[in-house]
Design a protein around this ligand. Structure first.
Ligand SMILES: [Zn+2]
Ligand SMILES: [Zn+2]
Length: 263
C-alpha cells in the first residue's frame, strides 16, 4: 500500500529476533523502570519539566490552551502514523547524496531485532532536535504562552509514543481491549508486513487510511520471511548489532542505574 519499494526490490532488513526479549520484564513496573532509565525518555523529560515550569510562570491562561491540548491530542496519532511511514521510505539519492536519516536507520535496526531498547525508542539526538523545533516553531507561530502549551503537548505525545511502543515489545500482557489491539497491530507490522499497521497509540488511523487489513489478505513481506525462526527462541543478533546497545532484558543493570541516580 505504500512506496517503501516494489516487491522486486531487495528487503532493506531481515527480521531476526522475536517481538519481546524472553528474559525481559512482564509487569508495568518492570517496563517503567526500563523506560524511565533510558536516555531517550530522559531527553524528553529534561525538556518537558522546565517547559511546564515556564508555562506556569507565564500564566495568562486562555481557552485556547485547552483548545490546543485537544487539537494536539486528536492530531498526535496521525502525526505518529505519518512519521512511521516516512522512516520506512527507502534511502533516496538526491544530487548525488544519499538521504537516509538517522531515525530511518535506527528503525530498520529495530525491525531486525525488536528486543533492543536503543532501537525501539527514538534516538536521543532526534528527540532533542524535535524538542528544540517544537519550542521555537510553536513559539514563533503561537506566541510565548500558547506556543509553550503546544510544545508541552508534543512532548507528552512523545512520551506516550515511546511508552506504548516499548510496552508492545515486552512480555507484558495487556488487559484492556484497546491495548490488545495496539499490540496485535504492531506485532503484525513487525512479523507479517512492514508496509501495513503503522499506528502506535491510535490504530484507528490505520483503519481510516487503509493500512489496517485482514492479515490473511496481506502477503508476508520478504523482510518477514524469517518470522518463524525469529519466533522460535531467544534472539541471537550479531555482536556488531548488540555492541553498546541496551537490551530490554537488562533490568538488573537498569534498576542499579536508577538507584545510583536516586542516591
Ligand atoms: Zn516496534
Ligand atoms: Zn516500522
Amino acid at each position: 500500500m505504500l512506496s517503501i519499494g516494489s516487491p522486486s526490490d531487495p528487503p532493506l532488513f531481515e527480521v531476526s529476533a522475536p517481538m519481546a526479549d524472553p528474559r525481559g520484564p512482564d509487569t508495568l513496573e518492570g517496563v517503567a523502570r526500563v523506560y524511565f532509565a533510558h536516555r531517550s525518555t530522559r531527553v524528553i523529560l529534561a525538556s518537558l519539566i522546565p517547559l511546564v515550569g515556564v508555562r506556569i510562570w507565564l500564566g495568562a491562561w486562555r481557552p485556547w490552551d485547552a483548545g490546543i491540548a485537544l487539537i494536539t491530542t486528536a492530531a498526535w496519532p496521525f502525526f505518529e502514523w505519518i512519521f512511521h511511514i516516512v522512516i520506512h521510505l527507502r534511502p533516496t539519492r538526491i544530487l548525488g547524496v544519499t538521504f537516509d536519516p538517522l531515525p530511518s536507520r535506527e528503525h530498520r535496526l529495530h525491525h531486525v531485532d525488536p528486543t533492543i531498547v536503543d532501537h525501539t525508542l527514538m534516538p536521543p539526538h532526534t528527540l532533542f532536535l524535535m524538542a528544540v523545533a517544537s519550542v521555537v516553531g510553536f513559539g514563533l507561530l503561537l506566541g510565548p504562552g500558547l506556543g509553550v502549551t503546544a510544545a508541552i503537548c508534543l512532548h507528552l505525545g512523545g512520551l506516550a509514543n515511546g511508552w506504548t511502543h516499548l510496552l508492545t515489545h515486552t512480555r507484558y500482557r495487556p488487559r484492556s481491549r484497546f491495548y490488545r489491539w495496539v499490540r496485535r497491530t504492531h506485532t503484525l507490522h513487525h512479523f507479517k508486513n512492514e508496509g501495513y499497521w503503522f499506528a502506535f497509540t491510535g490504530p484507528f488511523v490505520d483503519v481510516l487510511f487503509g493500512s489496517h487489513r485482514d492479515p490473511t489478505e496481506v502477503p508476508t513481506s520478504p523482510a518477514c520471511t524469517a518470522r518463524s525462526s525469529a519466533h522460535a527462541g531467544p534472539s541471537v543478533p550479531s555482536e556488531e548489532m548488540v555492541s553498546g546497545r541496551r537490551r530490554i532484558g537488562a533490568e538488573k543493570e537498569l534498576s542499579d542505574e536508577v538507584d545510583q541516580l536516586g542516591a
